[in-house]
Design a protein around this ligand. Structure first.
Ligand code: SF4
Length: 486
């Protein structure tokens, strides 16, 4: 598809709107005023006149033409209207007619739709005004207005209590038992990384000790700890124990309000590991079936069964975890609305404190992207809607929400929780409101303060991380500089 910009260069936003209708596609971008002779085309133009501007869009799709224009008078309140937003709405309207789909988030294309609602809440806008803007300016469906507003309200309670000198610690374990077909994280199988592991853990401990010294010097207070990856529980219990002890000795743990370890793959969960986590201060684990249909699990290369998930969940409860998250994904290959509904209902019978509903993202790196594109026709929207309806019925509320590029159906990932079980870390990372200092290969530190946001990156792969460790450790000085200049 070709996208033409004439009289403006609103590339990023307009390309985002196009992707709602043709996900995972590449566009030819043309700057100029000529209309291409053939092929699907979206032609956008802004013409400025003495007392008004004319904004118009022509779409040619499968040989049919669709047009719409809007005049913006320069000395009326319309002038304040964003030309970019008007163009987005025109494209959305014409492509909805041409392609026959109506994306529910309207022209709200960003990764964090709730951020905008949070801003409006901070400006003192009420529910009615926020709904009106989401509906009229951004063309969001009623259901998405509700979701965005409820999520922002749940976050408000947490964000209002956020202390400025607090920070979270993220520890990355980029190893997994096998690679899932939809994965695009940097993660290597634990078998291929076995030789590196002792060295990796020892370096990671050094990095954690160094961070401990820095935060002590800066007077920062540790709020949450999060082990992610990869699958942290794919390493041995003794290694988990070493890392957790290192954290305990390097940081003042008295201010920690949440300590999460992702035990993502049920095939890595053992009673011994869960006990190690519990005894070393972990308060929350995430055990993720993704689906409770074995056919789906096989199709995505998870190499575990639904039964293994039930056993892992049961063990976590027995060991004493009273805050468990479970992740599922809507839109997986081989899944159907019925089998997805079965997954949701079965999980709700277990009553996890958090249930995160992801929508499959077709990322370029993922194996799925190399094959059958019929995955895009999956009735994902119905699945997500069913999950939302059942979760609300069972007393769960949305508390964080984000989108990725190329998500099937332009939907979203939503974290649902029982009241009081909102994961603080998930909110902080999504809303970019707290410094997150990250350790390990592939991890990136996000420094937040006084209206500034800066990132410090670690080396991506475990081997690079080990090789260039000293150089990487030097980069930690950026943390000190950031706070000393703040
Ligand atoms: S468990 Fe997660 S990180 Fe590991 S391969 Fe699967 S999707 Fe990727």
């Amino acid at each position: 598809m070709t996208l033409v910009f004439s009289g403006h260069d609103y590339k990023y936003e307009l390309e985002g709107v196009l992707k709602l209708f043709v996900p995972a596609a590449k566009f030819e971008l043309i700057y100029g005023s000529s209309f291409p002779k053939e092929g699907d085309t979206v032609f956008t133009r802004v013409r400025e006149f003495r007392s008004y501007a004319l904004v118009y869009v022509i779409v040619r799709y499968s040989g049919s033409y669709y047009r719409k224009a809007q005049r913006i008078f320069t000395d009326t309140p319309d002038e304040k209207s964003d030309r970019e937003l008007i163009l987005s709405r025109l494209i959305y309207e014409l492509l909805s007619r041409a392609v026959g789909i109506v994306p529910k988030w309207g022209v709200l294309t960003g990764i964090r739709p709730v951020k905008r609602v949070n801003t409006w809440l901070n400006e003192g806008k009420g529910r009615e005004e926020i709904f009106r803007r989401l509906r009229e300016d951004y063309l969001c469906s009623e259901e998405k207005c509700e979701t965005a507003y409820a999520t922002a309200m749940a976050q408000k309670r947490i964000l209002d209590r956020l202390e400025p000198e607090s920070f979270s610690l993220y520890v990355n374990i980029p190893f997994c038992p096998t690679r899932c077909s939809y994965c695009s994280f940097i993660s290597q199988t634990v078998d291929s990384g076995r030789k590196l592991l002792p060295e990796y853990i020892s370096k990671l401990c050094r990095e954690l000790r160094q961070i401990g010294l820095i935060v002590k010097r800066l007077g920062l207070k540790l709020d949450t700890v999060y082990f992610g990856g990869g699958t942290p529980t794919s390493i041995d219990s003794s290694m988990l124990c070493a890392l957790m002890k290192c954290i305990e000795h390097s940081f003042d743990m008295s201010s920690v309000r949440e300590y999460t370890v992702e035990a993502g793959r049920p095939d890595t969960v053992t009673e011994e590991k869960l006990r190690t986590l519990k005894e070393n201060g972990c308060t929350r684990v995430s055990i993720n079936p993704q689906s409770l249909n074995d056919k789906v699990l096989e199709a995505i290369g998870r190499r575990h069964t639904a039964d293994e998930f039930f056993q892992a969940f049961d063990t976590a409860r027995r060991v004493g975890f009273d805050s468990i998250n479970t992740d599922i994904i809507a839109g997986l290959p081989e899944d159907t609305p019925e089998s997805f509904a079965f997954t949701v209902d079965k999980l709700l019978e277990l009553s996890p404190e958090n249930l995160t509903v992801h929508t499959l993202s077709i990322k370029r790196a993922a194996e799925l992207n190399r094959g059958d594109r019929s995955i895009l026709n999956n009735p994902t929207g119905d699945m997500v809607e069913y999950a939302g309806k059942r979760l609300r019925e069972e007393g769960y509320s949305p508390y964080y929400l984000y989108r990725q590029k190329n998500m099937v159906g332009n939907l979203e990932n939503i974290g649902w929780c029982r009241e009081g079980f909102e994961s603080l870390y998930n909110i902080y990372i999504m809303e970019e409101v707290q410094t997150i200092i990250a350790a390990g290969a592939g991890a990136s530190t996000k420094l937040v303060g006084k209206g500034r946001l800066e990132r410090v990156f670690n080396y991506k792969f475990p081997l690079e991380y080990i090789k260039h460790f000293d150089l990487m450790l030097e980069r930690k000085d950026e943390i000190v500089k950031f706070y000393e200049n703040a």
